[in-house]
Design a protein around this ligand. Structure first.
Ligand code: G4P
Length: 524
């Protein structure tokens, strides 16, 4: 295969969802449907991780690095699919957001009974910033939930994202009969306890065979919905999908493996390959000859006997070859990438070649920071990785005041890895900064590392703050020393002004008081 063919067959995506919507289940069913695993029920990340990841586990144990499910790569229908993990439960953190920057599309998984939940909304906002194309999968149709039209309304009003249903459910919960595929005009009839549906070709949604198969009651509701939909929906506008404005939507039940293959078919037909990326001096195309990539995540080693870390690098253009020398743009020096991993689902292997769209796991001894660009020599620097609004805040104190400087240095190092954000108080200065993290676990990791790695006896005092926003003047002029509304302006490490607030309500107040300002959810 030529380089260009390899690049064009890459599909790199992430799943965005609220905890418990079924991400683990659908991931497993995707691997199962694509024949990566032979038996369902083996991925299950929460309590015990088996089968798929077993080959990785020794390495994990050896190195004490948890990289089990950061990326899963597999071949399907001629495509190389890279599924990026977006940590969701208590391990939700800034990494989860940053991963979305490395994806070319996203699948939004909704629990059909709950609709758009808080975490989904936050992750969606990151996708919106980048105009990421989004698929929607309404899960748990085997349970009673919102009416499908109500669900669409929820997505459209909460996220301002138009939905384009590709399949449509016939009934739900115990009354669920199957799915109607609007585009290929097929009926998929499911039976509880069976994965494989009966598939019937139909003329359209009024085909008498449908009522014959599903019964009067189920058909009545279904045909009412479809009459409405078919009248309102035109043909699928791929350009609008690629611009992140309209989301093709499918329904199903991950647990029962219903509709997962239909989602995958849609994904393989519509998902975009590696797209162009903005660099400081112009746009870099995936097919450019020169190799380039950026680091979007660094997994620190929790085991102090092994100091090395893994830097996850998204290849933006060209081809990576094992042992190649790259130019580290920030450090301005050459590095040889002799040890990089790719993440095929069955075994994590040392990679010989990788292409735009792929993720490299680079074993790192401290050279990389989040947002770093590497190239094969060409001077490219990708736009800075945004910082995302933290939700937990605190201040550190140390028992031994003589070790204060040491603590500051350590925190700075950890912050450089992207594990915590530092905000300087305009009055107190650099002495006693406020620390912010997106997810609780990041604080636990910070304390553990300061204690274990740096031998510092520190305490964290939590602060009653939950929102950070970066104010920016609408006319592009710099924000002054203060803003209206009696809130002090902190500074981040790049000296950008930031407001730290107790509640969302305070933000609404500030927005009203400062009509000349926008309050950004990311710092850039
Ligand atoms: P997450 O990774 O998004 O947090 O969700 P996960 O897949 O772990 O699923 C959360 C719960 O929802 C699990 O139930 C799972 O079985 C269930 N679930 C996932 N998909 C479906 C579906 O299509 N229909 C129904 N009814 N349930 C679904 P659990 O009780 O926590 O675990 P388990 O005992 O079922 O494994």
């Amino acid at each position: 295969m030529t380089r260009s063919e390899e690049i064009n067959r890459r599909r790199t995506f992430a799943i965005i969802s609220h905890p418990d919507a079924g991400k683990t289940t659908i991931t497993e069913k995707i691997l199962y449907t694509t024949n990566i695993i032979r038996e369902a029920g083996v991925v299950k990340g929460k309590s015990g991780t088996k089968a798929v990841t077993s080959d990785w586990m020794q390495m994990e144990r050896d190195r004490g690095v948890s990289i089990t499910s950061s990326v899963m790569s597999f071949d399907y229908k001629g495509l190389r699919v890279n599924l990026l993990d977006t940590p969701g439960h208590k391990d939700f953190g800034e990494d989860t957001y940053r991963t979305l920057i490395a994806a070319d599309s996203a699948a939004m998984l909704l629990d059909a009974a709950k609709g758009v939940e808080e975490r989904t909304k936050k992750l969606f906002e990151v996708c919106r910033l980048r105009k990421t194309p989004i698929f929607t999968f309404a899960n748990k149709m085997d349970r009673e939930g919102k009416e499908p039209l109500e669900l669409i309304d929820d997505v459209e009003s909460t996220l301002k994202l138009e939905c384009y249903p590709v399949t449509w459910p016939i009934g739900m919960g115990d009354r669920f009969r199957g799915l109607y595929h609007r585009l290929n005009r097929k009926l998929y009839l499911y039976t509880r306890g069976e994965e494989d549906p009966e598939i019937i070709d139909v003329k359209d949604h009024n085909d008498p065979i449908i009522v014959e198969k599903v019964g009067d009651e189920a058909y009545l509701k279904f045909s009412e919905d479809l009459d409405l939909l078919e009248g309102a929906l035109g043909t699928f506008d791929r350009e609008r999908f690629l611009a992140g404005e309209i989301s093709p939507m499918t329904f199903g039940s991950a647990k029962n493996t219903w509709g997962v293959d239909l989602f995958l078919d849609l994904f393989t037909e519509q998902a975009p390959g590696p797209g162009p990326r903005q660099a400081r001096d112009g746009i870099v195309q995936a097919e450019d000859k020169s190799f380039s990539g950026f680091v979007f995540k660094i997994q620190a080693n929790m085991d102090r006997r092994h100091r090395d870390r893994v830097a996850f690098c998204r290849i933006v253009s060209g081809e990576f070859e094992r042992g190649m020398k790259v130019q580290h743009q920030r450090l301005g020096r050459e590095l040889r990438l002799s040890y990089a991993n790719s993440f095929m689902a069955r075994d994590r292997e040392t990679v010989d070649n990788a292409y735009a769209g792929d993720i490299l796991g680079l074993v790192d001894t401290g050279n990389f920071q989040i947002g770093d660009t590497i190239t094969d020599g060409k001077k490219i620097v990708f736009d800075e990785m945004p910082r995302f609004s933290p939700e937990c805040f605190g201040r550190l104190s140390i028992k031994d005041p003589l070790k204060r400087k040491q603590m500051q240095k350590a925190v700075q190092e950890v912050a450089e890895e992207g594990a915590v954000q530092i905000f300087f108080d305009p009055i107190i200065g650099e002495q006693d900064p406020v620390l912010g993290v997106v997810g609780e676990l990041q604080f636990d990791v910070l304390l553990y590392r300061l204690n274990d790695e740096y031998k510092l006896d520190v305490k964290l005092e939590r602060l009653p703050l939950s929102v950070a926003r970066w104010p920016v003047k609408k006319d592009g002029s710099p924000v002054g020393r203060s803003i209206q509304g009696g809130t002090k302006l902190f500074r981040d490490v790049a000296d950008r002004p930031v407001v730290l607030l107790q509640k969302e309500w305070d933000l609404n107040w500030l927005i009203k008081e400062n009509p000349d300002l926008e309050f950004h959810i990311t710092g850039k």
